[in-house]
Design a protein around this ligand. Sequence first.
Ligand SMILES: C[S@@+](CC[C@H](N)C(=O)[O-])C[C@H]1O[C@@H](n2cnc3c(N)ncnc32)[C@H](O)[C@@H]1O
Length: 243
Amino acid sequence: MKINILTLFPEMFTAVTGSILGRAAEKGILELNFINIRDYTEDKHKKVDDTPFGGGPGMVMMAQPIFDALRSIEPLPEKILYMSPRGRILDQEKIKALSTEEELTILCGHYEGVDQRVLDHWNMEEISIGDYILTGGELAAMVLIDSVARLIPGVLASGDSATEESIYSGLLEYPQYTKPRSYGGYDVPEVLVCGNHKLISLWKLEQSLRLTQKSRPDLFDEFVKNRKELTKDEQKVLDKVIK
Ligand SMILES: C[S@@+](CC[C@H](N)C(=O)[O-])C[C@H]1O[C@@H](n2cnc3c(N)ncnc32)[C@H](O)[C@@H]1O
């Protein structure tokens, strides 16, 4: 997948150029193409923003540098996302859909946002990462890139499973433990070292159900309503949790 990122601050993106995503780029699975909007301004002082028409606080990113930055991409991008608190809130369903695209283009706003004509002309889809205001779209874009990229086949190592994670499976993940078996007076639950895979799997299901019921009752109700076929033993676990 190729992701074009239009930003005034490409240097902020080190969080998605190292580690797992960095390795994906080396393997050629993921290409991150950073476009510095300031390189495209026609203003001799390299200005990219101006005061809003009609008054109001702050500065607005001008249309011209963004139009020209987008026109520098060959072929012209079809799907353009604008990170924006006005957008639909990003969730796992949307992330899954985006992960099947071959190419994405993301515009990061700054200051008070961008001239509306940019969004209208390029028919941009606005995406928010939550009901709060960030200083710029860069952090939001990194959240989107990271969550989408890990669903692209080959990005995660073969031992890691994207589909068993919290939310993706419809439930929050059960508690995880690693060595040593005993630490600071706390022991790993006995069932995890008993060697009985069926018991372990039922324990994990029960923990997931209880955590989800407590922390995300909305997800829990959804799971109960739309659950796939459960085995007899799994159904017993669910009945026990519901009681
Ligand atoms: C200070 S915000 C502008 C907010 C804008 N004036 C408004 O009230 O909708 C600057 C930029 O940060 C980004 N941003 C802020 N909050 C965001 C959020 N929750 N999700 C995605 N992007 C966000 C957008 O790109 C936005 O253009």
